[in-house]
Design a protein around this ligand. Sequence first.
Ligand code: PMP
Length: 440
Amino acid sequence: MGGHVFGRSSAPLPTAVRGEGCYIFDANGRAWLDGSGGAAVSCLGHSDPDVRAAVHAQLDRLAFAHTGFFTSEPAEALADLLVENAPEGIDKVYLLSGGSEAVEAAIKLARQYFLEIGQPGRHRVIARQQSYHGNTLGALAAGGNAWRREKYAPLLVETSHIAPCYEYRFREDAESAEAYGLRTANELEAEIERLGPESVMAFIAEPVVGATAGAVPAVEGYFKRIREICGRHGVLLILDEVMCGMGRTGTLFACEQDGISPDIVTIAKGLGAGYMPIGAMLCSAAIHDAIAQGSGSFQHGHTYHGHPLAAAAGGAAIRAILDRGLLPRVREKGAVLDAALRARFGQHPHVGDIRGRGLFRAIEIVEDRGTKEPFDPARKINAKVKAAVMSEGLICYPAGGTVDGRKGDHVLIAPPYIIEDDQIDELTDKLGRAVETALG
Ligand code: PMP
C-alpha cells in the first residue's frame, strides 16, 4: 500500500497517525517530540480539545457556503478577533487558505490600491535577500531566495532585493547595532530612489525572519526607520507574519515589539494551529476604502476563501492563545528555552549564535566559533542535522547551506506554546546529540 503521494521529500518518510500535546506518533508507535510545530504551525500542540470541539461543532452545522453568496458566523467572529487584537490602523481581514495565498493577495491588493488612487505606475515590490514569502508565483517573486526563483523566471512581479538587516549580525562586531540597523534600513531608501518612488508599490519583510535565516529579529530601530521611509515615499509596508505571527514571539503580532504598524500584514501557520489550512491578509481601512469607493471591490478570490471550518479553527486557536494566557507563557517558556540552549550550546565549538524571541529560537552552526566562519555548504551540514534529529525522534527545522550566495547553517526551534520544562530539556538533549552526530 502507498507510495503514490508525492511531495517535497524523495526519501521514504514515517507515517504520522496520531498527535497528542507536543508529540506525534507514527504507524510504528514511535513518539516524535515536535520541537518546531512542523514549520511553526502547531502552536497549541496536537489534539487541542477546544479547537477540535469548535471544528466539530461547525462541521455539524455547516461546512461550506460560498463567499460570493454568504458570509459566515465563524468568519465574522475570527475577523473581529483579529482586528480587536491587531496593530493600530489594521481594520479589515481577507481570509485565505495559507501563507502563500495571503502574500499573493497582499501584492495584488497593493497593486489594485495604486490603480484605484490614480498611481498606476506603482507596480514594483522591494523585498530582502534571504527571505521566503511563499511558493506561488507572486510570493515566489517577492522571496529573496534566488535558487527558488530561477527555474520559474521570468516571474510575474518585478521585485528587487535589498540586503537584510540580519545578515549574520553576530559576525560584525565593529559596528554598533544601532548603526547597523540604520545602515541596512537606509538601503530601502536608496533602492526606492534608484527605481523611482513613482514605480514602487510595496516593501515586504518578515519582522522576525524564520526559515531562511533562523529566528532573526531586526535590530532595535530598524523597522521604525523602514516605516518612516515607506511613509515618506508613499510605499506600502507589508509585513509577512506567516511564521512569526500569532503569538510565536510572545506578542500576537511580532511587529508589536518593533513598535510599528504595517499597511498590510499576512498571517497563516499558527492562525489555524495546524487544525485547518488557513491564512489571512489584513489591511488598513484606508486601503480597503479606496478600493471600495473606487471600482467597488478587491478583484480577487479563491473558492475556499473564508471557509467556515477553517475560520472556526482559527477563531478557536486565537481565543486559546489569548484566553489561556499563552502569550505571557510563550515569553516565559521562551526564556527557559533560551537558557537551556545556552547551557547546552553556549560554549560549543561549532555554535556561533543562539537567538530569537519567545518560542521562536535558533542556533547557528559554524565551522569556527571564534571567527564565526560558516561551514562549506558542500559539507551539507543542515541535511546531516536533519537526518540526525530524525533518528533522535525530534522534529525541528534545520536549514541554510547557501542562500543568495551567503553561507550558513541554522536550526530553527519553534515548539508548541504548551511545551513544559522537561520537554524543553528533552528537546535540547536530543538536539545536542543530533548536532554531535551530524558534525562527528
Ligand atoms: N511567508 C513566510 C514567512 C513563510 O514562512 C511561509 C511558509 N514557510 C510562507 C509565507 C508561505 O506559507 P504557506 O506555506 O502556508 O503557503
